[in-house]
Design a protein around this ligand. Structure first.
Ligand SMILES: Nc1ncnc2c1ncn2[C@@H]1O[C@H](COP(=O)(O)OP(=O)(O)OP(=O)(O)O)[C@@H](O)[C@H]1O
Ligand code: SF4
Ligand SMILES: [Mg+2]
Length: 324
């Protein structure tokens, strides 16, 4: 297994109290596999990714439990220097906002090239040639000329392609993409997502794709993990989820996707808001918003029940939910 996150816990100490941002998250990603992580804003998707990548702000964040096994080694147990080496060679991350991740005063070709100089010991001449190749690879037109341009001279979609180029430059085994297309126009979103999926297949990388848009994952993901209040509440192959969700929260997310054949109809929205993570409701955290909630839900926190060999749901009444 390429990446295995086991029972990860992350807290933030805030003036409001302790925010329990990640509460026992476990997931696995194999080489060549895409796992989509889905959930509304503030449910702990990015914090989980930051803990895996080793870029969590500590403090205020604190990893209070769990393991992050990358190619079999627990990154949380390694010394900082060794951890950086393992991650640097094996993992890369793509963020939502390319403009703030790129240096505004350095030509993009030099930012790409620097990776080859620093990590592969190439000369600048070789490194610039590799930068042009990479820009070609992510289909930036006229790469040979544009390699000397600055980030602000590229459109949002082209900048995100540069971020993808940087992520694949050192041929990592794993990429974590945190809302990689959210800031882009809808048509550009699809192109960038297709490119990412194509490269992922070609290089047989593991891909963790964080998004709050269920619409984009259908074509690219193998599995989906749905997060709510710092926990994974449903985990299943994409096909199973679209066929019939086994958790009322997943059903709510599915029902809120705009559909072309229902133009003009009012869009469904899950009632209420996700909880403040300093005050997670007792029992099932989703119960204040759940149409199926009853007494047991307020009293007992549901574990991740085994729905099938490849599927789990943290709902006491998952059978009822599956039956629609
Ligand atoms: N720097 C921080 N200080 C304090 N609390 C934080 C900090 N970063 C995250 N949190 C807490 O962790 C929770 C989860 O944040 P996270 O960024 O993982 O959400 P997310 O699922 O990625 O949401 P979004 O879809 O908006 O990106 C937040 O709601 C907040 O309570
Ligand atoms: S356990 Fe109860 S409240 Fe939670 S999702 Fe299932 S039915 Fe709803
Ligand atoms: Mg986020």
């Amino acid at each position: 297994m390429l990446l295995e996150v086991r029972d990860l816990h992350v807290e933030f100490h805030t003036r409001d109290g302790v925010a329990k941002a990640v509460n026992g998250v476990s997931y696995q990603v194999d080489a060549g596999e895409t796992l989509a992580i889905l959930g509304e804003s503030g449910c702990g998707k990015s914090v989980t990714a930051q803990a895996v990548m080793g870029i969590l702000d500590m403090p205020p964040g604190r990893i209070t439990g769990g393991e992050v096994l990358f190619q079999g080694r627990d990154l949380l147990k390694l010394k900082e220097e060794e951890r950086r080496r393992v991650r640097g060679a094996g993992m890369a991350m793509i963020f939502q906002d390319a403009l703030s991740s790129l240096n505004p005063v350095i030509p993009v070709g030099d930012q790409l090239g620097e990776m080859f100089v620093v990590h592969r010991g190439m000369s600048w001449k070789e490194a610039r040639a590799r930068a042009v190749e990479l820009m070609d690879r992510v289909r930036i037109p006229a790469a040979r000329e544009r390699v000397r341009q600055y980030p602000h001279q590229f459109s949002g979609g082209m900048r995100q392609r540069i971020m993808i180029a940087m992520a694949i430059a050192l041929e990592p085994a794993l990429i974590i993409a945190d809302e990689p297309t959210t800031a882009l126009d809808v048509t550009v979103q699809a192109q960038v997502m297709d490119l990412l999926a194509e490269l992922q297949r070609e290089y047989r990388m593991g891909l963790v794709l964080i998004t709050h848009d269920l619409g984009v994952v259908a074509d690219v993901a193998d599995r989906i993990a749905v997060m709510y209040a710092g926990r994974i509440v449903e985990s299943a192959p994409v096909y199973d989820i679209y066929k019939a969700p086994a958790h009322p929260y997943t059903r709510g997310l599915l029902d809120s996707i705009p559909r072309l054949d229902q133009k003009g109809q009012e869009l469904y929205a899950i009632r209420g808001l996700p909880p403040n993570l300093t005050r997670i409701p007792p029992g099932c955290a989703f119960h204040p918003r759940c149409p199926l909630a009853r007494g047991l839900c307020r009293a007992d926190e549901p574990p991740l029940f085994e729905v099938s060999a490849t599927r789990g749901s943290a709902c006491h009444f998952w059978r009822e939910c599956l039956d629609g």
